[in-house]
Design a protein around this ligand. Structure first.
Ligand code: NAP
Length: 290
């Protein structure tokens, strides 16, 4: 009952990608045991169909990419693998070299989707996107994307690309931060750019079951025979253009998160109640990142 993971089209790419993927920021933890557990968690997620893995050169200074390689092993062709270049590395040459290093750590010849981690104040977007096109032409990446870009920055990134389209924008999206719903979500839907929401549990800042919001989530969860986290992930992916990538460092958590979508849905009334309980921020609140 918990394994019927829903998949949907990843924007204009038409690729079938699971709505709930796996995040790898800090999965390396502080010990060999934590690393072993992270590999186990990622492997379990793959078995459950969560074959969208998000990583980055930044995570654990490359260690997360190495752990992803161990977890993926001989299943590479079945995985939708995403990594990111740091803005400080995002010059033309810097992007090419960063991608080469990531490929080595990931033990693969291609990355399915390569993102600029956040807008760079050091390197013009034209340079980064020129490098992205070169990587795509050479088969080292299959799709180009960005992360933490607002609508204006997204337009500029698309404009900087000569031959290809932006496939995805990965952005902060959780119950206490729903700012993307105002402009970014409609813009991306119109342009068939997939939105991948990160930190769906607020990077660990999830409502306790004793808080006002937590009680609301708990009541809905009980009615559906699900958990508060599953209700939350279901709510955060209620729009057909949304994907999410909770952290996947613990097998029990991965299993629970995999049951957030698939063979059940929140009712319209549940959605209205959650919407009211965790309202959108003020109109002047800028796009945030953690
Ligand atoms: P998150 O997924 O919102 O929260 C992670 C926390 O939630 C951890 O403490 C984790 O505990 C816990 N957790 C996860 N599933 C749980 C469950 N079912 N029950 C109880 N606790 C659970 O935070 P995140 O790691 O910041 O975000 C997710 C992913 O998004 C990252 O791993 C990364 O891939 C991506 N990300 C991208 C950006 C960007 O700038 N593009 C920024 C931040 C994150 P355990 O560790 O014990 O499982």
């Amino acid at each position: 009952m918990w394994n019927k993971l829903l998949r949907r089209k990843f924007g204009w790419t038409g690729l079938d990608v699971p709505v709930i993927g796996m995040g790898t920021w800090m999965i390396e933890g502080r010990s060999r045991d934590a690393e072993r557990q992270a590999i186990e968690a990622l492997r379990l997620g793959l078995d459950l169909g969560m074959n969208h893995i998000d990583t980055a050169e930044m995570y654990g200074n490359g260690r997360a990419e190495e752990l992803v390689a161990k977890a993926v092993d001989n299943q590479r062709e079945q995985v939708f693998l995403v990594s990111k270049v740091l803005p400080s590395n995002a010059s033309y040459q810097g992007t090419l070299k960063a991608c080469e290093r990531s490929l080595k750590r990931l033990k693969t010849h291609f990355i399915d989707l390569y993102l600029l981690h956040w807008p760079s104040s050091q390197h013009p977007i034209e340079e980064t996107m020129r490098a992205m096109e070169k990587l795509l032409d050479e088969g080292m990446i299959r799709l180009i994307g960005v992360s933490n870009f607002d609508v204006e920055q997204l337009r500029e990134a698309q404009h900087a690309l000569k031959k290809y389209r932006i496939a995805c924008n990965q952005v902060l999206y959780h119950l206490a931060y729903r700012g993307i719903e105002r402009d970014l979500l409609p813009y991306c839907a119109e342009n068939s750019i997939a939105i991948v929401g990160y930190s769906p549990f607020g990077h660990g800042n999830f409502p306790s079951s004793h808080s006002k919001g937590g009680k609301v989530l708990a009541e809905i969860a009980k009615r559906h025979n699900r958990t508060m986290r599953q209700v939350t992930l279901n709510f955060l992916t209620r729009d057909p253009n949304l994907f999410t990538i909770p952290k996947a460092g613990n097998p029990d958590h991965v299993k629970e998160n995999s049951g957030a979508v698939g063979d059940w849905n929140l009712t319209d009334e549940d959605i209205t109640v959650i919407d009211r309980t965790f309202p959108l921020p003020g109109a002047d609140e800028p796009l945030e990142m953690i």
